[in-house]
Ligand binder design. Structure first.
Ligand SMILES: [Zn+2]
Length: 206
């Protein structure tokens, strides 16, 4: 197993610093920006930032095994299963700014299916970390390959990146689309095309 899946059933402990130490770092960052960390509006900011960043990166403490639990069932179904429009919020590891959008996941079972409500939770495990969209896409696909051993997995993510939008690097409405195809989705053009066609139903991809 790859190391990001190698989490114990209880998830993994983080090697972070204590909350007070983290808050002090945020105070110094505020001062570094030329702000006065002691003014009224900023007094509680270090505490809030510490809590919010830990929550936004709680995926480090989660494992796929945790969130899937025992919701894997033996089933002879061999047709494509698609869950579209899974909401996703993550933080880009280059700027610590949000990127967010929709995740579309498909798989073709090979004897095992997973409870559909678990797919968004698998996305959470990896989205709630510092990420790049390409790796997030690959990790979700790879995790499902390892957990379900299906005939194939396809993951498409469409996202808007605040680091591009707010910094004026690109125009406001650009979206980044990434995909990861595994197994039959990679090997069989017709399967891949069926998936992409089903994604366009309800004009998900425009
Ligand atoms: Zn960025």
């Amino acid at each position: 197993m790859t190391d990001w899946l190698d989490a114990s059933p209880g998830g993994r402990a983080r090697n972070g610093v204590p909350a007070e130490e983290f808050e002090e770092l945020v105070r110094r960052m505020l001062a570094g920006l030329g702000e006065d960390p002691d003014r009224d509006g900023l007094l509680k900011t270090p505490e809030r930032v510490e809590k919010s960043l830990r929550w936004l990166t709680r995926g480090y403490e989660l494992s796929v095994q945790d969130v899937v639990g025992d919701a894997i069932f033996d089933e002879g179904h061999h047709n494509m299963v698609i869950v579209k429009d899974i909401e996703m919020y993550s933080l880009c590891e280059h700027h610590l700014l949000p990127f967010f959008g929709k995740v579309h996941v498909a798989y073709i079972p090979d004897g095992k299916i997973v409870g559909l409500s678990k797919l968004p939770r698998v996305v959470e495990v990896f989205a709630r970390r510092l990420q790049v969209q390409e790796r997030l896409t690959e990790q979700v696909a790879q995790a499902l390959m390892e957990v379900l051993r299906p005939q194939g997995v396809a993951v498409v993510i469409e996202a808007a990146h605040l680091c591009m939008m707010m910094r004026g690097v690109e125009k406001q409405n650009s979206r980044t689309v990434t995909s990861a195809m595994k197994g039959v989705f990679l090997e069989d053009l017709r399967t891949r095309e069926e998936f992409l066609r089903l994604l366009r139903v309800n004009s998900v991809l425009g």
